[in-house]
Design a protein. Structure first.
Length: 189
């Protein structure tokens, strides 16, 4: 399917402050904020739709709980003007929300996704969206994830987790494009 940016909705997922502090482990992508902000700027400049996603945890003591300081958006990532916000308490932005209906009302054909974390909420949203029939586009260089325990006393690096998840998503659930390509593309004629 040819990418028509005029029918592409940008979906930043969980760009929240909690991920910069314990108990969250090391992240790998030092460019996640710069790339995400570049995508937001490109969409805003052209008047294309953006739907923000925020994780409002229902787990007691979570740094992503609505009352926790970490629930706040990272600088520059909150909705502006009339940009809508979808809140979720599970991994997929499609589950228990009106995201699908919002996309349909916008006449969307493509959903361009970035955020934190690649292997959890980003991946689950991409998989669900693809299963629902949306043309999902992942922006890997505007995503981030964490080092994770391997279950054997060691650690799987965030870089390896990122590579594995991007590869598996690209096989069946989405296309991948870098930030530079999406911010350099212009509307389809």
């Amino acid at each position: 399917m040819t990418l028509d940016l005029d029918r592409a909705v940008l979906l930043p997922i969980d760009m929240q402050q909690a991920f910069d502090a314990p108990p969250w482990p090391r992240r790998w992508n030092a460019d996640v904020d710069a790339n995400g902000l570049a995508l937001l700027a490109a969409w805003r400049e052209t008047g294309r739709p953006i739907i923000h996603v925020r994780h409002d945890s229902v787990e007691p003591g979570s740094s992503l709980a609505p009352e926790a300081p970490g629930n706040a958006f990272r600088p520059g990532f909150g909705p502006q003007a009339d940009e809508p916000l979808v809140t979720k308490s599970v991994n997929s932005a499609f589950i228990g929300t009106d995201l699908d209906l919002r996309l349909k009302r916008l006449g969307a054909r493509h959903v361009v996704v970035f955020g934190i974390s690649t292997d959890m909420c980003v991946s689950t949203t991409v998989r669900t969206g693809a299963n629902m029939g949306w043309d999902m586009i992942l922006v890997p260089d505007a995503c981030d994830c964490f080092d994770l325990p391997d279950g054997k006393g060691g650690t799987i690096s965030a870089e390896d987790i990122q590579a594995a998840h991007v590869a598996t998503l690209a096989v069946e659930f989405c296309r991948t494009l870098p930030t530079a390509e999406l911010t350099g593309l212009r509307a389809a004629a």
